[in-house]
Design a protein. Structure first.
Length: 329
């Protein structure tokens, strides 16, 4: 019995050493800090979200957060935006741009000041003597086209923007547009510190899905289902066009990706942009030419870092200038 106990203790110690080593490999010094390591979490499991009053949005960020997320400063204003405080009434001599999207726009993995919209707001306001610029960030991680369209309709437009910018990533476009059931519950908060990264990696390799990172209620469109993919992409363009047209403001759509989309997808994006009076911003061209290893927030966090956000900011700025949407410069 003593020999068995000694073997078990030895195995547990070996596993603990492997686990700690792997955590350090994936997250650096954060591996040894309870708060920092817990921040390396999915937003939906972080305790930072609340149920939205709008069923199609389902969830949104809690207001007045001051925490860590993905080992970066994470703050929201009183309206639940990862942004500074803004007055609901637009100030005079202000060009207000509302941005709606998912994790890239929320700024997962970077501080608020380093996100592309904050960079642009600071840069443009400093360059103009008579014009102020506001970039309101309505991005939330794991939003699909359904949540993005609903956020534009129910939240962003109420802030009286002069321009509506919608950002779409390849993952965003693949999430099915299924409406949530009335009794759907938000996931419970989880603590990364008490999860095994080694077992999670083995689970991912073996495909057992015990540590599945996608919500069961949000399936992804299969690669073979081109008809559904095209239909919901067109629906998004159509509804966003209607929202912008009713307000009489320009609509821009940014495709955020490190690589050029597949030929069929790129053709759809350009086709729908032409049909629905959308200014299409091919941001991926700015990122595709850069060294990908220099753009990631972390070893296993593929969201853009500060340099990636600088490139995104410049792509949006160039498009705004080309389409004569920036006044006061």
């Amino acid at each position: 019995m003593k020999k068995i106990i000694h073997i078990l203790i030895f195995v547990l110690l070996c596993f603990a050493m492997v686990e700690l080593s792997y955590r350090y490999y994936t997250s650096g010094d954060a591996a040894f800090t309870f708060g920092r390591f817990n921040s390396l979490n999915l937003l939906l499991h972080s305790g930072l979200v609340q149920r939205s009053e709008y069923p199609s949005i389902l969830y949104e960020l809690k207001p007045d957060i001051d925490a860590l997320f993905q080992d970066s400063e994470f703050k929201t204003n009183s309206a639940g935006m990862v942004d500074k405080e803004y007055s609901k009434a637009k100030p005079e001599n202000t060009l207000r741009i509302a941005l709606v999207g998912s994790s890239w726009t929320m700024g997962s993995g970077v501080s608020q000041d380093a996100a592309y919209h904050s960079l642009l707001e600071t840069e443009l306001s400093a360059q103009s003597k008579d014009q102020n610029y506001e970039f309101l960030n309505f991005g939330v991680e794991h939003y699909g086209l359904r949540e993005i369209v609903a956020t534009a309709r129910h939240r962003a437009i109420k802030w009286d923007p002069d321009i509506l910018v919608v950002t779409i990533t390849p993952f965003t476009a693949k999430l099915r547009w299924d409406e949530p059931s009335p009794d759907e519950e938000l996931p419970e908060q989880e603590y990364s510190f008490f999860k095994s990264y080694v077992l999670r990696t083995l689970d991912n390799i073996m495909g057992t899905k015990y540590y599945a990172t996608n919500l069961a209620s949000r399936p992804i469109i299969k690669f073979s289902d081109d008809t559904l993919y095209q239909a919901q992409l067109e629906r998004a363009f159509q509804e966003l066009h209607q929202i912008a047209a009713e307000e009489g403001i320009p609509l821009m759509v940014m495709w955020l990706s490190y690589r050029q989309p597949q030929t069929e997808t790129e053709a759809l994006l350009k086709k729908f942009s032409a049909e629905y009076d959308v200014i299409f911003v091919d941001t991926y061209k700015w990122l595709d030419n850069a060294n990908k290893a220099l753009l990631y927030s972390g070893r296993f966090n593929r969201h853009p870092n500060e340099y990636g956000h600088e490139l995104i900011a410049q792509s949006l700025k160039e498009s705004l200038i080309e389409n004569n949407l920036l006044s006061g410069l």
